[in-house]
Design a protein around this ligand. Structure first.
Ligand code: ZN
Length: 279
């Protein structure tokens, strides 16, 4: 489901199914074919201990990519100022030819490449505040200086990547490692001191967000102690960034979040800001 926000009006749209051609911007065809061939007729098939396929998995994953791309199209064409793509599975752990961490396809990286190739943009920023490092997104974009990948994440934690020394082909990757126990003040300071100035210096023509809400204090998979107010705060700051550089254009894609009550409240806080700032 895609929620495009035009002024105060929330437009609900069905996420499109991404085509093979759209997926090939970030994955080789052999990988796509291998995933399709591994889809079970019934029940589940394990890729690894975390990552499973069901009969509907590839359609769901294609909708994740297709929703992100459709969000980019709507925002670039002026049909909405911003959009929130509420799809699962998430995508930021999927590498070029390796599914992992619940993720099959690199949704937000594919959306960034689409914005560059289809809409002719020169600079797209991806801000990832999921509590896990987006090793997949980094793998897919670190060699493309037109994309800035800016991530804050708990470290050490799955997947083990995301050290600040990983900076991309042209300094276009910024990794901010947060120690376990980081709360609101530490998160906001890291954003204010490092991530937001780097994003501002990049001057993006479109802002994409990997919106994972598993840095919430209630989340069972990590040990960062954010609350709904922190997610509203970073959303406000990213709206400021987008207002400064790109007429407010934001496409936010759901990533992680595993305490369902915290996920719902945090996503609502995030979307409330997008609605208010989309006016
Ligand atoms: Zn996560």
């Amino acid at each position: 489901m895609l929620h495009a926000l035009d002024g105060k009006t929330l437009l609900h749209q069905e996420a499109s199914l991404a085509s093979d051609a759209q997926l090939r911007r970030v994955h080789p065809q052999t990988y796509i074919d291998t995933l399709e061939a591994a889809i079970p007729a019934s029940g589940g098939a394990a890729i690894d201990g975390d990552t499973w396929l069901s009969p509907g998995s590839m359609r769901a994953a294609r909708r994740g990519v297709g929703g992100a791309i459709r969000g980019v199209d709507m925002v670039m064409e002026g049909a909405a100022r911003n959009a929130f793509v509420a799809t699962r599975p998430p995508g930021h752990h999927a590498e070029s030819a390796q599914a992992m961490g619940f993720c099959l396809l690199g949704s937000i990286a594919a959306a960034a490449k689409h914005a560059l190739d289809h809409h002719g943009l020169s600079r797209v920023a991806i801000v990832d505040f999921d509590v896990h490092h987006g090793n997949g997104t980094q793998d897919l974009v670190q060699g493309d200086a037109r994309i800035a990948y800016l991530s804050s994440h708990q470290m050490p934690l799955f997947p083990g990547t995301g050290h600040p020394s990983e900076t991309g082909i042209a300094g276009n990757v910024l990794n901010i490692a947060l120690p376990a126990g980081t709360g609101s003040a530490g998160f906001r300071a890291a954003m204010t001191d490092s991530l937001l100035p780097a994003a501002d210096a990049f001057a993006p023509e479109l802002v994409l967000i990997s919106a994972g809400f598993d840095a919430h204090a209630a989340d069972p998979l990590a040990n960062i102690a954010l609350n709904e107010g922190d997610f509203a705060w970073i959303t406000e700051r990213l709206c400021d960034l987008a207002d400064t550089h790109c007429a407010g254009r934001i496409v936010s894609c759901l990533e992680g979040g595993y305490d369902l009550h915290a996920l719902a409240a945090s996503a609502a806080a995030h979307v409330d800001v997008l609605i208010a700032r989309g006016a």
